[in-house]
Design a protein around this ligand. Structure first.
Ligand SMILES: *Cc1c(COP(=O)(O)O)cnc(C)c1O
Length: 382
């Protein structure tokens, strides 16, 4: 059987978790949280990185820090995970959806400006599959229209755009360390803060609205309630697991990249013969092998491929139901412009097994099965 995902485990996690327990401090912001924050700061180069309980919570924090209020509007793709919109809706604001580009499945930057109104406060680009959005255009629109940019970099740790780390280009970047992501702590995430002047308030929002972080640094002699906030600190146990993974970052990425490259090479003939489409990585982008997907003719073809692979012990999955067609999306959001690709391509997209430690022969077996499926029958071409 070839699993779709196996949560990453490198071997040093348990030792670090034991060390955290032995230290007598297992709540947030201890040794391992600090080590993880520093690793992210050194590697990605934001002004500050703060571990959080999830990417959803990091996005909520970014929305709070951007002063997004009820009735405000936030532009995002409809083709994304629910968290992107949830963080906005939780503040009473409105997600405004625009179409994606079919090559990267990222928000179509050329459609953003038409969706801007006097109520628009922010843009949330989602770096789908760890491939960066067209950030130069997005940052230019944001600068001209006075909007915040919150990058949903849940899938994009280690990805870059014009050499800069995804998540450090906009005002805020949100990473996920959920077990389905490249680097994991079970559940967890991080908020990346680009500008120094936003660090202090972020620390306050993350610590239930208190200035306890400054208190711990000895900068003040008592701490108090300063602002609205919540409890966004992960425990040291989770941070210890994450630190082991961050230390093994290059090894994990190497394993994923090798599988990704193999898929790409082995499936190129099926693309050349018009059976499938493969992911596109624009010139300015370096991806992080978060995902390998193919696109097939239509939803019926995809259902058949999933069934065929499953018969051969291979688990493949699809996602997302476009948010603007979901019950909550219809209630809370609005789609601007034409849905040319969001629905059509979300129904054609199929994710193949990819995880740390996937074996060459497993990738080969998936490619063989796809070859047999497409070559073995007439039709099915795009
Ligand atoms: C996984 C994911 C999230 C949510 O991450 P959590 O850490 O589970 O909250 C948000 N956005 C995108 C695009 C994701 O893939």
């Amino acid at each position: 059987m070839i699993e779709f995902n196996i949560p990453p485990y490198v071997g040093s996690e348990l030792g670090y978790i034991k060390d955290a327990i032995d230290s007598g401090k297992i709540c947030g912001d201890g040794k391992y949280t600090k080590l993880c924050n520093e690793w992210l700061e050194n590697r990605l180069d934001p002004a500050k990185a703060l571990l959080t309980t999830s990417c959803t919570h990091a996005t909520e924090m970014a929305v709070i820090l951007s002063d997004i209020k009820p009735e405000d509007e936030v532009i995002m793709p409809s083709f994304t995970f629910v968290s992107t919109a949830d963080a906005v809706v939780m503040r009473g604001a409105k997600p405004v959806f625009v179409d994606v580009r079919p090559d990267t499945m990222n928000i179509d930057e050329r459609l953003i400006e038409d969706a801007v109104t006097e109520k628009t406060k922010a843009i949330i680009p989602v770096h789908y599959a760890g491939v960066s959005c067209e950030m130069t255009t997005i940052m230019d629109i944001a600068d001209r229209r006075g909007l915040k940019v919150i990058e949903d970099a849940a899938q994009a740790i280690g990805s870059t755009y014009k050499g800069k780390a995804c998540g450090t280009i906009g005002d805020y970047g949100c990473l996920s360390f959920h077990e389905t992501k490249n680097i994991s702590m079970g559940e967890g995430g991080a908020l990346l803060i680009r500008d120094r002047e936003n660090i202090e308030r972020a620390e306050i929002v993350r610590e239930k609205g208190t200035n306890r972080s400054r208190f711990y640094r000895g900068e003040i002699d008592k701490y108090t309630w300063m602002d609205a906030g919540s409890s966004y600190l992960p425990s040291e146990l989770n941070a210890a697991y994450l630190y082991a993974q961050l230390e093994a970052f290059d090894k994990i990425q190497g394993s994923r990249m090798k599988a990704w490259d193999m898929y790409y090479e082995m499936l190129t003939p099926l693309k050349a013969d018009g059976f499938i489409e493969l992911p596109v990585i624009p010139d300015d982008c370096e991806h992080n092998a978060h995902m390998f997907y193919i696109k097939v003719k239509d939803i019926d073809e995809r259902t058949a491929v999933i069934g065929y692979l499953k018969e051969h012990g291979i688990y493949s999955v699809f996602h997302y139901i476009p948010l603007h067609t979901s019950p909550a999306g219809m209630r809370f959001g609005r789609f601007v412009g034409e849905d040319r690709y969001t629905t059509r391509d979300s129904e054609r997209l199929l994710r193949l097994p990819l995880h740390y430690g996937i074996k060459d022969e497993q990738v080969l077996a998936v490619c063989d099965a796809l070859n047999d499926y497409f070559r073995g029958r007439d039709g099915g071409r795009l």
